[in-house]
Design a binder for this molecule. Structure first.
Ligand code: PLP
Length: 430
């Protein structure tokens, strides 16, 4: 059922964004010609309050791997909601224990113990703290262009100055090297390094896939220096890139893996980090050395267990691998038709980045695509690129529709740019 007066609801919502949330966001929505609010969703399609449908090619981003409102995830969460949604934490929680055991099963190598939290940033905070605790060292090496979240520690590990400079001084001890450059990593890591933190594929960096020898090389560098390797699979995890976890493409097992986004099935937020058994010795004596009120709550764990079950039952990682090849090939055709504005197209599985000549074109194309009923998402650390990270249950027909609409949207944005350039010419001649 749609709302009775969607125009009023939209106007009121935008007005409240302007007065109570952030006028900047209100301006962004107005720039994108947004004329409705999101209302409901199913599978790979969301509907606005006016009943218009949008194909979700952004997935949150990368949250809705099992699709919006997967019936099995909804059923598991609803059953738990009826019994006990939140925990008093005085007694052990069986769903938390079950989800931890499922994560030990599906993560590579000997990753075994899990700490649950509520977001990706929190997962990275915990992983960084654990690395310092276990090694007794302070320094952390991260990558330029990386995104690990916006809390102080996660932000310090991230690699784009725009989001960091206004908050300095950040946490001391962090250095950054170019992603994909093994020599730079070898120089940066020393006997003082507690950990290296990397995304196996940079997501917010615009979908950057490292050379094949990179992650195995970083693993070896860490081992030589006695430093831990933290892999942030917050965006790449749970089937997104065609494997359950992206590090499996290169056969690399981290010491700590961080997760969030898709783990909650797009129904309940949850974050987690899973590590090798010996690391948890440092947390054994005082299990509350690192803690959070809502971590491991029953609703989130019910969602997580059901989500993992669905990903395995429906073979969604395999599906992402197959459909990713198809989507990428179709988008390459699109890119060839618009050489003036499209610089590059790249991806692994259903995590795809399309890079343009200018960040303004990205804004124009995403706005045009939204008007035509396809949602794609800009990249926080690479404004020249948008990301495509649809639900892994998307169909070939839906991909074909998305490709056709993106083609039209790029053409429309390209035409606007040509117009704007023409208009700019007289003043440039002065
Ligand atoms: N790590 C990666 C790789 C991410 O892509 C993100 C979010 O986009 C985060 C961490 C932060 O997650 P959250 O927004 O849940 O704090």
């Amino acid at each position: 059922m749609l709302p009775d007066d969607p125009d009023h609801l939209t106007a009121e919502t935008l007005d409240r964004y302007g007065r109570f949330i952030n006028p900047g966001l209100q301006k962004l929505y107005r720039f994108a010609n947004v004329t409705s609010v999101e209302w409901d969703a199913r599978g790979a399609v969301i509907r606005d309050a006016h009943g218009k449908e949008y194909l979700d090619c952004s997935g949150g981003p990368a949250v809705f791997n099992v699709g919006h409102r997967h019936p099995k995830v909804i059923a598991a969460v609803q059953a738990q909601l009826e019994r006990m949604p939140m925990s008093v934490r005085a007694l052990p929680r069986h769903l938390e224990a079950e989800l931890a055991s499922r994560l030990a099963e599906i993560t590579p190598g000997d990753l075994q113990f899990t700490f649950f939290c509520n977001s990706g940033a929190e997962a990275n905070e915990g992983a960084l703290k654990l690395a310092r605790l276990v090694t007794g060292r302070v320094e952390i090496v991260g990558a330029i262009g990386a995104f690990h979240g916006k809390t102080m520690g996660a932000l310090s590990a991230s690699g784009r100055e725009t989001y960091k400079t206004p908050f300095e001084p950040l946490v001391p001890g962090f250095t950054h090297v170019p992603f994909g450059d093994l020599d730079a990593m070898a120089h940066a890591v020393s006997a003082r390094t507690a950990a290296v933190i990397l995304e196996p594929i940079q997501g917010e960096g615009g979908v950057v896939i490292p050379p094949d020898d990179y992650l195995p090389g970083v693993r070896a560098i860490c081992d030589r220096a006695g430093a831990l390797l933290i892999l942030d699979e917050v965006q790449t995890g749970f089937g997104r890139t065609g494997k359950m976890f992206a590090c499996e493409h290169w056969g690399v097992v981290p010491d700590i893996m961080t997760m969030a986004k898709a783990l909650g099935g797009g129904v309940v937020p949850i974050g987690a980090f899973t590590g090798r058994p010996h690391l948890w010795k440092a947390l054994e004596q005082n299990p509350y050395l690192h803690s959070t009120t809502f971590g491991g709550n029953p609703l989130a764990c019910a969602a997580g267990i059901a989500t993992i079950t669905v990903i395995k039952e429906e073979k969604l990682a395999e599906r992402a691998a197959e459909l990713g090849v198809y989507f990428l090939a179709r988008l390459r055709e699109v890119a060839r038709r618009h050489p003036r504005v499209v610089n590059d197209i790249r991806g692994k599985g259903l995590l795809i980045g399309m890079e343009f000549t200018d960040p303004d074109i990205v804004l124009l194309v995403t706005a045009e695509a939204l008007q035509r009923g396809v949602i794609v998402f800009y990249s926080l650390n690479k404004p020249e690129a948008f990301r495509i990270a649809p639900p892994l249950i998307i169909t070939r027909e839906q991909i074909d529709r998305a490709v056709a609409i993106l083609d039209e949207s790029i053409a429309a944005a390209g035409a606007l740019v040509v117009e704007m350039e023409k208009e700019a010419q007289p003043s440039e001649r002065l």
